[in-house]
Ligand binder design. Structure first.
Ligand code: AGP
Length: 608
């Protein structure tokens, strides 16, 4: 989603703003802009498309000015063109906004009848005009901003600068996160701490409903009624991690390759490898033994990791799990169990729908656990217990290493739950922990199949539709494979439970339809083979991902067979995630798409 940066500094800030925006590119965007306060007043440069276009504009017509704001826009209201790009100006104000102003039509009508002319189709522009109108009525800049903010409904993070205030920037947050960076005789604002990493690692996070006045040497934070509030300065861990591709072509490829290492970090947080036991470091505000139910809510890939988690919690801990897509759950008014645990899963920890579920579950008296990758995120801060995934910053829009780290966390928690509930014996626990500890080794072995997978990608890159099939936890992986392929290659793909094939999707099968079947040689392998026979009988093209035993037992003609190491059941989702990620990656590379920032997508979805 949109990225915001702002600097109140003491040298020309435009190039610094563009550098900081580069660090927010991973969030996804389709236009960008910066505005600074020049000797002659506010000025801006904006450009459609990538930041390189904005950098070219600035090279042709540089901006000086030591206070400024910058923005990467992910279009919601109005097409992604230069006119709709931020910053938006009103007479004496420049504004950048992330989020959606739900009552913008009403505000726009009101402002238009007051004589304000709109130059963009965005909802954001109303904020600039509201502030400007307040200034005109005689309010000071802070009060002008505060009163304008009070008129807004919806989600927003904003930064504002003023034509007549060379040492003042206003920031505010109601929904999307905002980080304030403390420098030497300079202050910064950003959508996340990563954007501010080159400047400072001393960060203050605004809480929901905060707004702030920033000058070179001071930060004052207030609530919406204008009362001062205290927020701590903390050292950001995220900002110390430099974000680069190393010798990989894309962040996604780098992140696929990092999985053995980050899965190992994550597992070592939850497991005692020496004793082969789970060892949760978190102070649990509930007792697994006494839980009646778990409710998982999440979006996209995080939802699919939760779906795997459902199989594990039910199997190992005999604990029933409801799982919902967060955007559905938040409105379906589900009656919740008396002693229930709600698990919210999110890489970014900022996904608007998942956050709304957290708040609903809290209102229903549930215990709230968050599985998040960004420790300082809103979901992490609002949960009663945080289960971290130690994936490090994930930059590629397509989630890869966060997924396998979520799986590692869920597997550990399911074993902990089974142990606490007495559904797993000490022997079962030792065996499962021993098995899962092998994940990094098998992940590395899976990576060795990259060449074979690339060969399959050459075929997929020529088709328009692909079907993925799997059973049990591989059903979730089938959906994850389809999601990965469609998001980065733009090929239409669907993931189905293999047994569901004959209830509809089999009608799609013909000689043009590749069917990726994820089927390790497990207890239900034969069932999946029957489904493959149904595909083969109709001329479908089978791409089988299995192990040596599965390849031998299937004994049928496939277009391609990818051989994975033989792994215990608990490891299947962790290891088979690799071929589906690599298949999507290589197909997208062959199709020449923007792998790390695919069209229309955002990394952190902070609006509904
Ligand atoms: C996955 O590849 C996605 N880009 C997307 O589905 C993502 O998993 C989803 O938006 C949830 O994000 P979160 O984990 O940050 O909450």
């Amino acid at each position: 989603m949109c990225g915001i940066v702002g600097i109140v500094g003491n040298e020309a800030v435009a190039p610094l703003l563009v550098d900081a925006l580069k660090r927010l590119e991973y969030r996804g965007y389709d236009s960008a802009g910066v505005a600074t306060l020049e000797a002659t007043g506010l000025d801006r440069r904006r450009a459609e498309g990538k930041l390189a276009n904005l950098a070219n504009r600035l090279e042709d017509a540089p901006l000086d000015g030591v206070i400024g704001i910058g923005h990467t826009r992910w279009a919601t209201h109005g097409v992604p063109n230069e006119t709709n790009a931020h910053p938006h100006f009103s007479e004496n104000v420049a504004l950048v906004h992330n989020g959606i102003i739900e009552n913008f039509r009403e505000l726009k009508d009101e402002l238009e009848s007051d004589g304000y002319t709109f130059t963009s189709e965005t909802d954001s522009e109303v904020i600039a005009h509201l502030v400007s109108r307040n200034l005109k009525s005689g309010l000071d800049p802070r009060e002008s901003a505060r009163q304008a903010l009070q008129r807004l409904e919806g989600a927003f993070a904003i930064a504002l600068i003023f034509r007549d205030e060379p040492d003042l920037m206003i920031g505010a947050r109601s929904g999307p996160p905002m980080a304030i960076g403390h420098g030497e005789n300079s202050m910064y604002i950003g959508s996340d701490a990563i954007a501010l990493a080159p400047f400072t690692n001393q960060i203050t996070y605004l809480e929901d409903g905060d707004w702030c006045a920033i000058s070179r040497n001071a930060l004052e934070i207030f609530d919406m009624d204008g009362n001062p509030v205290e927020r701590v300065v903390q050292l950001s861990v995220g900002s110390s991690l430099m974000v680069d591709k190393g010798n990989h072509r894309h962040f996604m490829q780098k992140e696929i390759y990092e999985q053995a290492e980050v899965v190992s970090h994550t597992l070592s947080h939850y497991l005692d490898f020496g004793k082969c036991e789970v060892r949760l470091q978190e102070d649990l505000p509930f007792d697994f033994a006494k839980l009646d139910r778990i409710a998982i809510s999440a979006c996209g890939t995080a939802f699919l990791s939760g779906l795997v988690g459902k199989y594990w919690f039910e199997r190992f801990a005999r604990l029933p799990v409801d799982i919902d897509i967060a955007s559905e759950f938040r409105y379906r008014e589900m009656p919740m169990a008396k002693n229930g645990l709600s698990l919210l899963i999110s890489q970014s920890g900022e996904t608007a729908d998942t956050l709304a579920c957290l708040r609903y579950c809290k209102s229903q008296g549930q215990h709230i656990g968050a599985i998040v990758n960004v420790r300082e995120s809103t979901i992490a801060r609002e949960a009663s217990v945080v289960f971290p995934t130690l994936a490090g910053p994930e930059i590629g829009v397509a989630s890869t290493k966060a997924f396998t780290c979520q799986l590692s966390t869920l597997a550990s928690l399911a074993i902990a739950a089974g142990k606490a509930r007495g559904t797993l014996s000490a022997e079962d626990e030792h065996r499962l922990v021993r098995e899962i500890t092998e994940a990094p080794r098998y992940i590395n072995q899976a990576l060795k199949q990259e060449k074979a997978i690339e060969a399959v990608a050459h075929d997929l890159a020529k088709v328009r539709h692909v079907l993925y099939l799997g059973r049990d936890t591989n059903y979730a992986l089938a959906m994850e494979g389809a999601l990965k392929l469609k998001e980065i290659s733009y090929i239409h793909a669907e993931g189905y439970a293999a047994g569901e094939l004959k209830h509809g999707p089999i009608a799609l099968i013909d000689e043009d339809m590749p069917v990726v079947v994820i089927a390790p040689h497990d207890a239900i392998f034969e069932k999946t083979v029957s489904n493959m026979q149904e595909v083969a009988a109709r001329g479908g093209r089978i791409i089988l991902i299995t192990d040596e035993k599965g390849a031998a037992a299937a004994a049928m003609d496939t277009e391609h067979t990818i051989i994975m190491p033989e792994v215990p059941d608990i490891l299947t989702p962790l290891v088979y995630a690799l071929p589906v990620q690599l298949l999507a990656y290589h197909t997208a590379v062959l199709m020449g798409t923007d792998v790390d920032q695919p069209r229309n997508l955002a990394k952190s979805v902070t609006v509904e």
